[in-house]
Write a protein that binds this ligand. Structure first.
Ligand code: TXA
Ligand code: MG
Length: 345
């Protein structure tokens, strides 16, 4: 995959914008980030304003080198150090105790901070030239699908972001794996391309899932990463039946399948996302955007396999889904059709 090149001039313009307190969208290996100078609370507030994101949802600080950690974190516990040594630069975010000089706008007022050293040449070039921390959530409006190329960033924000650096398609396509290292054992908070097994090879005592007694993890809000069109997850064996039901109402349906279409219908748009979890993940958000624009009344996603290689994809699909539960043919299609009929009237 070609990585678009940015010129030194573009990097300099981006650094100038950051220094002036403006926002810069930039590529990372996971998704595009919407960045601001993490030392400038007014600049970071612009991120929240533009995204429409509640101020209680903390943002990740991106750095280029572990030497900057001391500005942001109080300490690196041994588990965090091991994870950093193993996976940085890379698609891993560590939640740590925040340093004393960190502004509340970064942390949502919590006593922890999320940090990451990304592995993308343009992100690294930008961070290196800037020489500090860049606070950056994914470059999408709150609750929307994350961007994996610059045209997605433009779809989200138009010309409201002064600088957008083009790094081509994101290689991984899903947000970083988040591990909290503030409790008694490391805790996997958000699945990503680095799996629990890979993490456990480094920190065997890793636990998985939000701490029920701990502070809320805002990014785990149930509906997130969503297209505008209602999305439902359907078991593969029921897909054809559900599509046929839809086709019979002459409502357009969009399908994200794992194989070529099993039936043909003029009312159907079908994307075959394949069976490889890394490829599926890389194209997921872009595919959802395409299906979202197809004019369908519903996006049906063929349920992905069990197993941890699919954990991150399954997590994002669940959050993108309209209904909490997988749609099953027998009872739920009737309900879906009732919904649609209501819409028609
Ligand atoms: O791959 C990524 O992580 C991308 C790229 C741009 O680096 N960024 C990203 O940021 O996905 P965002 O803001 O969309 O998601 C950050 C997640 C949120 O779920 C947020 O709640 C969580 O990180 N987070 C940030 N600070 C935290 C903290 N102190 N404790 C727990 N969770 C935190
Ligand atoms: Mg996000």
């Amino acid at each position: 995959m070609a990585i678009a090149r940015v010129t030194q001039k573009e990097i300099e313009a981006a650094v100038e914008a950051l220094r002036a307190g403006d926002l810069v969208a930039f590529p990372t290996e996971t998704v595009y980030g919407l960045g601001a100078n993490a030392n400038n609370p007014e600049a970071v507030r612009k991120i929240f304003a533009l995204k429409g994101r509640p101020s209680s949802h903390p943002v990740i600080v991106h750095i280029d080198d572990p030497k900057y950690l001391q500005r942001w974190v109080q300490e690196m516990p041994p588990a965090a150090q091991k994870l950093a040594d193993a996976f940085w630069p890379g698609p891993l975010t560590l939640v740590l105790k925040r340093g004393p000089a960190v502004h509340d706008v970064i942390t949502g007022g919590q006593d922890t901070i999320a940090v990451r050293i990304p592995n993308h040449p343009i992100a690294r070039q930008l961070l290196n030239a800037f020489g500090g921390g860049i606070a950056a959530p994914s470059a999408n409006r709150y609750g929307h699908v994350s961007p994996t190329r610059t045209e997605h960033v433009r779809e989200e924000f138009g010309d409201d972001v002064p600088v957008v650096l083009d790094g081509g398609d994101s290689k991984i396509g899903l947000e970083s794996t988040i591990v909290s290292c503030v409790g008694p054992e490391p805790r996997l908070l958000r699945p990503g391309s680095i799996t629990a097994t890979q993490l456990r090879a480094v920190v065997p005592n890793l636990v998985v899932g939000a701490d029920p007694s701990g502070p809320r993890v805002p990014g785990s809000a149930l509906r997130h990463y969503s297209p505008t069109t209602p999305l439902n997850i359907v078991p593969g064996r029921e897909l054809s039946k559900v599509i046929q039901e839809f086709a019979s109402t002459e409502a357009k349906v969009a399908v994200l399948g794992m194989k070529p279409p099993s039936i043909a219908s003029p009312f159907m748009t079908w994307i075959n996302a394949g069976i490889r979890p890394d490829v599926y993940a890389r194209n997921l958000y872009s595919n959802l955007r395409t299906l979202d624009k197809s004019g369908a009344r519903m996006i049906l996603v063929e349920d992905v396999p069990e197993g941890e290689r699919w954990d991150a994809v399954r997590d994002r699909l669940k959050r993108a889904a309209t209904a909490e539960n997988v749609v099953t043919y027998d009872h739920d299609v009737a309900a879906l059709r009732a919904d649609m009929d209501e819409d028609f009237t």
